[in-house]
Design a binder for this molecule. Structure first.
Ligand code: BTN
Length: 243
């Protein structure tokens, strides 16, 4: 194992999923923070039961950190904001936005995903995938995925890994010291669609309304007339007025 700051870093050649490796690691260790990366991922997982295709050259990383269950809702925002800020730091002119709950869009196309899973004991597994060189082109998808390379931005995955860790650690400390508000404010400043009409696709139904806010736990607040509703999980679609 190598070290990056306080993190114990293990790089694997090929894995099913870096989240699987992190889960196995959480069974063996008692303390400390770990990050597992892999060059190839053969059975990557996405949110809501989807798969995550593992092109070699993309970044696959899973962090193992002790997080209280009550703070999981907030950590998603620290993770996505930190990834957003890392990309901005490396490419100051990049046109990127956050997408609720935890995606990053480059010129309206998804380039990253975050999957939180429970590890052994108090460990949380924070799995992050970034499309650096490749992205699946699926038919009929409204907001197709892209890669940074396709958009003209090249970065080595180890450089992004180190930058992400530096920024995440800073944001994490700020959150511990000052609470969620400072993170939430920065996140809201960079999110796509705030104050606009969106459609949220949930497990059993779809709902339309105005993306009014996120609450102190990270739930999306959807405004329909004078009714406000909290949405805890789903995919959002922007209503393009120019279509
Ligand atoms: C999403 O659906 O947007 C979340 C995708 C998460 C992908 C990453 S890649 C590293 C880690 N290992 C996995 O199997 N999934 C996450």
């Amino acid at each position: 194992m190598q070290r990056i700051g306080k993190w114990n870093w293990e790089e694997k050649e090929e894995v099913t999923s870096t989240n699987d490796e992190a889960e196995a690691l959480s069974q063996r260790v008692k303390d400390g923070e770990y990050v597992v990366t892999a060059i190839r991922q053969t059975q990557g997982r996405g949110r809501r039961g989807r798969s995550w295709i593992g092109y070699e050259g993309n970044l696959f990383m899973s962090f193992l950190q002790k997080i209280k269950p009550s703070q999981i809702g907030e950590i998603v925002f620290i993770v996505s904001l930190s990834l957003f800020e890392s990309l901005k730091d490396i490419f100051p002119n990049i046109n990127i936005k956050l997408k609720w709950p935890n995606d990053i869009l480059v010129e309206n196309n998804k380039i990253s995903g975050i999957l939180l899973e429970k590890g052994a004991g108090d460990y949380l597994i924070i799995g992050i995938g970034v499309n650096l060189v490749g992205a699946p082109k699926l038919e009929g998808v409204l907001y197709p995925a892209t890669s940074l390379q396709e958009k003209g931005y090249e970065v080595d995955r180890r450089i992004l890994l180190r930058k992400y860790i530096e920024i995440y650690d800073k944001n994490y400390e700020k959150w511990q010291a000052e609470g969620f508000k400072s993170i939430r404010d920065k996140w809201l400043k960079n999110v796509k669609g705030l104050g606009e009409e969106i459609e949220v696709h949930m497990e059993k139904e779809n709902k339309r309304g105005i993306f009014a806010d996120i609450d102190e736990t990270g739930a999306l607040i959807l405004e329909q007339g004078n009714k406000k509703e909290k949405i805890y999980a789903g995919d959002i679609f922007y209503i393009d007025k120019h279509r």
